[in-house]
Write a protein that binds this ligand. Sequence first.
Ligand code: PEP
Length: 251
Amino acid sequence: MRIPVIAGNWKLFKKQADAAALVAALVPLVKDTVGVEIVVAPVFTSLAAVREKIVGTNVKLSAQNCYWEEEGAFTGEIAPGMLADAGCSHVIIGHSERRQFFGESDATVNKKITAALSAGLVVLFCIGETLAEREADRTFDVLRTQVTGGLSGIPLSALASIVIAYEPVWAIGTGKTASDAQAQEAHAFIRSLVVELYDQHSADAIRILYGGSVKPDNVKGLMSQTDIDGALVGGASLKADSFAAIVNFAK
Ligand code: PEP
């Protein structure tokens, strides 16, 4: 039984006051929702403001990135332990925007995942193919490389703290969603990779989220797919009512 996760990635939006207002509007809309793990990921500087509003609620706090060292001369970076200290239970790692604009590779993603797990964080580990890769029929090769690289050296005992987010790059922020069948096909493939790398039990247990233009009107179809266990939501998470409608997909 996999508990669905609905996570909002606020990207580079919302200063403290706006972030606090957004989450304050969200909390009452989802307070009676059971059986869904609800996560929001504001920018670093808004973590404290959001944390204050979610104490004692069913909304959890995530960061959007972290570094792989716990401390040292690494100007501008933030350590996983510092995120835990700031009230985060989750961290997004390997988002395609970080891979695309900030040079993140499977190797750096792997280091970050390893460090985040050591700090006790739940990792939202993002993977996904570009449009060119899909059109060249390379989707499964890309997913295999990303999953294998990202999880290299991660022991089976740590898998319970990993949530995989399949986000086809061509569907992020474009308004183009993968069809339910396209998403299901990729998710089933990713789950089969976890069987290969670990075992059937871990593969059955791991949550695999879909991300890429998820909206209130397409979430139900996606969530009805066997291997889709939630959503990582960008644009539609920036408004309390649309994010709440996604969180409440089953109502
Ligand atoms: C994301 O940021 O992870 C994302 C999926 O964005 P959007 O929902 O806007 O496509």
